[in-house]
Write a protein that binds this ligand. Structure first.
Ligand SMILES: [Mg+2]
Length: 378
């Protein structure tokens, strides 16, 4: 069923580039930063109903070619002008309107989510209901980055397990893999444990994965190239641990191809990466039909983006804990208040209210806005 009964006409649009201070610093090959840039859009329809959405690309092109700056420009220059003033059936009608715009998945996510929010308010159904979600809460796992020592990693795992997190994911890279996992397993023999390689290996490393195969891991995430599916299908035949694809899957079409050639048994769905909640649901549905598990990843979205990820995770195919640490771990202030919390058993409750499901903090949105653009349809 379409989430909206009558067409939506967007009359006003606003896009903002924000810079939020982080509690901890972030180091990549581009340097160290202590903030997170993100982009939010506000759409208002001809009935005065308002929807917000977020495109949380990173500040540098180290996860995807799109960055916060290009998300902002893509929205302002290409995407928002193609939807303003048009009669749109709902989120499902967006693809046709900007069929000329390749890529810009984070920018498209912001619009897609804002449309879902408008549909939620107009239909008086929560996002979860609109999406067809079932669960009342989503299980949360914690992701642990590359630390200075194995002991430091073990300490952080203990802390996160004490806090109730339902699975532990550790980042690996060449030289920081088998020994690390061996020591983690020696101390925590039966916890749900997985590793994420963020594309740092090649097929020459099959022997490493055969060793990792012995540690009863839930999955190995994105071991090979970030645009590859073919080599992953060779690796999957060599090991019994399920391969989970993240970076390689940008659409339901990518998912179909990867599954067809046996490149993975699990997919990490990050709505920002695939262009929104609508495409995420298509991937979920396709995976469910093909007996492939999915779970919801994240990219440091503020509470605005997270609200949609949380609602999406209520769908029945989301079988593994999500990467969704509380925003209090990394943001000094979230853009929703109160923000979502992970309870002591490692769950986030899925909101039942209509719209975003959380209260927007306009003062903070204004405070952290660095650039703003708005227009109106006449
Ligand atoms: Mg990943």
């Amino acid at each position: 069923m379409s989430p909206s009964s009558k067409p939506i006409v967007i009359k006003k649009i606003e896009v903002r580039l924000l810079r939020l201070p982080l509690i901890t610093t972030f180091t990549t090959g581009f340097g160290t930063i202590n903030y997170k840039e993100t982009v939010v859009v506000r759409l208002e329809d001809s009935d005065g109903v308002v929807g917000w959405g977020e495109g949380a690309a990173l500040s540098f092109p180290n996860y995807s070619p799109e960055t916060a700056i290009t998300t902002y420009l893509g929205l302002k220059e290409y995407l928002l002008p193609s939807i303003v003033g048009k009669r749109i059936s709902g989120p499902e009608g967006l693809d046709n309107l900007y069929s000329q715009v390749k890529g810009y998945h984070f920018a498209k996510t912001a619009i897609d989510c804002a449309m879902w929010m408008i549909c939620s308010i107009k239909s008086q159904q929560s996002l979860k209901q609109l999406l067809g979600g079932k669960s009342e809460s989503v299980a949360i796992g914690e992701s642990i980055g590359i630390k200075n020592s194995i002991d430091e990693t073990l300490e952080e795992i203990s802390l996160r397990l004490d806090q109730g997190y339902q699975r532990i994911k550790i980042k690996i890279k060449p030289g920081w893999d088998v020994e690390l996992v061996r020591k983690v397993r020696a101390k925590f023999s039966d916890i749900p444990l997985m590793v994420d390689a963020n594309s740092s290996y090649s097929l020459n490393d099959v022997p490493i994965f055969k060793k990792l195969d012995k540690f009863n891991l839930m999955m190995i995430e994105q071991p090979l190239g970030d645009t590859d599916i073919v080599d992953h299908s060779f690796l999957q035949k060599e090991i019994t641990t399920p391969i989970c694809l993240d970076e390689s899957i940008l659409s339901v079409e990518d998912a179909r191809k990867a599954i067809k050639i046996g490149a993975c048994k699990i997919i990490n769905i990050k709505p920002g990466r695939v262009g929104g909640i609508s495409e995420s649901k298509k991937i979920h549905d396709f995976c469910q039909d093909n007996n492939i598990g999915v779970w919801c990843g994240g990219l440091l979205e503020t509470g605005i983006g997270r609200a949609f990820n949380i609602a999406l995770s209520s769908l029945p195919g989301f079988k593994y804990p999500a990467d969704m640490s509380p925003s209090s771990f990394f943001y000094k202030e979230d853009l929703i208040d109160p923000t979502y919390e992970v309870d002591k058993n490692g769950y986030i409750a899925i909101p039942t209210a209509t719209g975003l499901g959380y209260n927007l903090e306009m003062k903070r949105i204004n405070k952290y806005t660095k650039q703003k653009y708005n227009t109106r349809a006449y």
